[in-house]
Design a protein around this ligand. Structure first.
Ligand SMILES: Cc1ncc(COP(=O)(O)O)c(C=O)c1O
Length: 372
């Protein structure tokens, strides 16, 4: 359909990366890492150069999220997917309630459901719809997903949970840009390859004392078999010493430190406002074009990090995406694969420039007008 399509030079974004994770890592971070030469990459994570990077990340995140002093920033290998199991095995006492609205929230629920000694329950809505987690008695953990990356739905309000209940939030694609009051959350976790512009493979779990106490208590329970790699007592103990339990990827930590420092300079409120401005641009654009429509109908749940935009069926979005990837001008705007929609999914993460999002909207308009 787009075989002969030529993108006008003036509409080509300055950076082609619009994917929802892995996301745009600023090129200056790559140069900065290269400039460390022989003094960081290939050195031990038990020695101070790497431990200092971990410490900067931990302190930087505490500052950025303005968390109470007694919260812990736990880091380890395995990413958010590992935490789905690790939380079920080691932080849920008897019962978790999951508010699910797409692929990732369901994955977390399914991981808990497989654990024989806990009961996992789901409260779900259809893909493209949103729901906010609610305090519900009878469960010792309430689970929500700050931003459902598969559908572009974000949480708009958090509940206050009672004393014996923990609120756990998978913040993987929203952390840092979707507004969230961490003083309400006991376990706020994410992988850093989204707003935090790093590589995958690492998890960050910001824990309240309540969550930490629960994890440490369960770790004492000899009747529960938990693999060492998922042992919370070890993860917490190592993180307290600015280390990970097993060997980490140093580049991941390095990029994360750079991005946390950058976001701290700007401040969380300004980063969130910047995300809202990008979201306004994309959704207003989509609403004003007859061939586009925001997939998420209810504006309160429309994400300010991941926009999902349905496209008229007469337009072959896959052909256009393939062409632009081949020409190296736009990467990663395809819909989440299992959603199976004729859709663009566009990330609005902090490092993606507003001007580049503007160019992308104009480029899409231009291409579609040549075929409709
Ligand atoms: C909301 C959400 N949760 C969890 C994950 C899994 O993260 P990872 O692949 O780093 O384990 C993702 C990945 O995209 C995600 O978007």
């Amino acid at each position: 359909m787009f075989e002969n399509y030529q993108a006008p030079k003036e509409l080509i974004p300055s950076d082609p990366r619009f994917g929802c994770g892995p996301s745009l890592i600023p090129v200056e971070y790559l140069h900065k890492l290269a400039a460390t030469g022989v003094h960081l990459m290939g050195t031990s994570h038990r020695k101070s150069p790497v431990k200092n990077v971990v410490k900067d990340v931990q302190e930087g995140l505490k500052n950025y999220f303005d968390v109470p002093k007694d919260y812990s920033v736990v880091v380890g290998n395995g990413g958010a997917t590992l935490l789905f199991d690790m939380i079920g095995l080691g932080v849920v006492e008897k019962s978790s309630l999951h508010f699910t609205c797409g692929e990732f929230s369901e994955k977390w629920y399914k991981a808990h459901k497989l654990i024989p000694w806990i009961k996992a329950t789901q409260n779900c809505v259809l893909p493209g719809e949103g729901l906010n987690p609610q305090m519900t008695h009878g469960h010792d953990m309430i689970c929500g997903t700050l931003n459902e990356t598969s559908t572009g739905v974000m949480i708009s309000k958090l509940p206050t949970v009672t004393n014996d209940t923990l609120l756990a939030i998978d913040a993987t694609s929203g952390a840092g840009q979707v507004p969230c009051d961490l003083s309400k959350v006991d376990l706020f976790f994410f992988s850093p390859q989204k707003v935090f512009a790093s590589e995958g493979g690492l998890f960050v779990a910001i824990m309240s004392p309540k969550a930490r106490d629960r994890a440490l208590k369960i770790a004492q329970d000899k009747g529960r078999y938990v693999p060492d790699i998922m042992n919370w007592a070890q993860a917490i103990d190592n993180s307290d010493k600015n280390q990970t339990y097993n060997t980490p990827a140093i580049a991941t930590l390095f990029f994360l430190r750079e991005q946390v420092a950058r976001m701290n300079q700007i401040g969380r409120k300004a980063v969130e406002a910047d995300g809202n401005k990008k979201a306004e641009l994309i959704y207003q654009w989509a609403e004003s074009r007859p061939y586009l429509k925001p997939y998420v109908k209810d504006p309160q749940y429309r994400s300010n990090v991941v926009a999902t935009i349905d496209v008229d069926d007469k337009v072959d979005t896959m052909a256009l995406i393939a062409l632009w990837e081949k020409q190296k001008i736009v990467y990663g705007i395809d819909a989440y694969r299992k959603l199976g929609r004729n859709q663009f999914r566009i990330s609005m993460f902090h490092n993606i420039r507003f001007e580049d999002l503007e160019s992308l909207t104009k480029l899409i308009d231009h291409a579609i007008k040549t075929v409709l």
